[in-house]
Design a protein around this ligand. Sequence first.
Ligand code: ATP
Ligand code: MG
Length: 560
Amino acid sequence: MSEAKATTNFIRQIVDRDLAEGKNDGRVVTRFPPEPNGYLHIGHAKSICLNFGIASAYQGQCHLRFDDTNPEKEDDEYIQAIQDDVTWLGFEWSGPVRFASGYFDRLYDYAVALIRQGLAYVDTQSPEQIAEMRGNFTTPGRHSPHRDRDVDENLALFEKMRDGGFDEGAAVLRAKIDMANPNLTLRDPILYRIRKKAHHQTGDKWVIYPMYDFTHPLSDAIEGITHSLCTLEFEEHRPLYDWLVEHAAIEAKPRQYEFSRLNLNFTVTSKRRLKLLVDEGHVNGWDDPRMPTLAGLRRRGYTPAAIRNFCESVGVSRADSVIDMSLLEEAVRDDLNQHAPRAFCVINPLKLVIENWPQDHEESLEVPQHPQDESMGTRRMPITREVFIDQDDFREEANKKYKRLVLGDRVRLRYGYVVRAHDVVRDDQGEIIEIRCSYDPDTLGKNPENDEGQGKLRGVIHWVSAVHGVPCEVRQYDRLFQVANPAKVPEGGHFLDTLNPDSLRVLSRCLVEPALANAEPGSRFQFEREGYFCVDQDSDAQRRVFNRVVGLRESWPREA
Ligand code: ATP
Ligand code: MG
């Protein structure tokens, strides 16, 4: 499958309509606004592909803006990792990397402007009182006793907040909207709170920090964003978004549109949960190949094209759904099937001795890198008297359905000769440790299938020279969780209870063909008959490590 062609979606239809109506002077400006409090996951990829995809489809711009209003949970490590991930996915943001914190001065001025218009006030009730008086879905909120402070008093108090004159929690700035509104976000939402914490971008300059709901619309307006695309949970916040854009008196009028989140089964897509997996050591870091983070998928061997194709295939709508993990796996399988060179790797080696092969004789076979794509060229594969095949490819006895090597019968060593197994050698425990066979020198590149009296060839198996094979470690991954929806655990349970204890299997006695001895970390191959694999960054001169990206075909039942 080549890169999926972008199909239309309701957001594109909105943009088309806006352009047709001449809105925003024909500009299309979107943004991807991560909070730097964790690594990006596959859900974010959907948002990235949508935002950057819209911008590029309409010759517009997409900004990368860190929504960094929460000094406690944010970290420079995340800021770097997020940029790396966006770049890796194949997107380029317009202009510099932007930070909501870069607008703190202007946001402060907008807050002051709201106070001056009588649209914001400083509330010095305790956080508990404020929460209690907010009401709930059935009960309207009640007015704070400080709601009608006059403008000058509010200005003075807000300045005092800014200058550190209050303790944390002793005062907040609130918008004055409507305490009885059925939409709770409009019940005099908090715009600023006090946090006496240094910020990764602004250091000690501020002890008050703007809330996300205040920062986001105004940052969009400051940047001239035309279409602010976010996930459905922000739908309720849209009236506040519009209220702020309206009253902050900024010329640009961005509009917010919501689409449904990407949910994937057998994993979690929440930074909070992913961080817990990392912090408690259930996985080996944010880039553990079992993680649904972009860093994890990259290390696992996923390609940017596979992830982009996947995002395109799931589409953009307002309907909530859970996507089957097998769709993501299918996307990478498609891409690697087309682009990954082939190689031989024996996962569970069993020695095969070709008795009639001269003792030190060696041949170098020229074999294609990709059987369907000649342009990828060829590689050399040495064959020697002793080779290794996979334990699963040999049985002493088997019926006709078994298309591999059986005692007394023949198979072809892929790209090499036809061999017939005669005998086995056992260790003290009776385990087979060696197969003795003979080869037919006349079968290289020739099919002996119809030779009289020989019987049909059972099949073709892969192999690696015992002399030249390179020892390696193979890491086979299974799903991180045992259940389709780990987030939905029964009463009293925890999502960690549903972790799959066998999600990682390390096989350390594998042998790969010598052409891969120096394969670079990150390079990907199809190990014939085994699956798709990627060289892990843990590899060094002593030890090659391969991650299994995905098997050759789907191995899990579909389940929603
Ligand atoms: P999480 O729930 O994992 O903490 P978040 O929404 O808090 O995610 P942000 O950094 O705020 O993470 O997200 C940046 C952007 O990515 C937002 O516009 C958000 O709507 C979008 N996004 C986050 N998760 C998903 C998802 N699962 N599917 C689609 N878009 C998402
Ligand atoms: Mg968020």
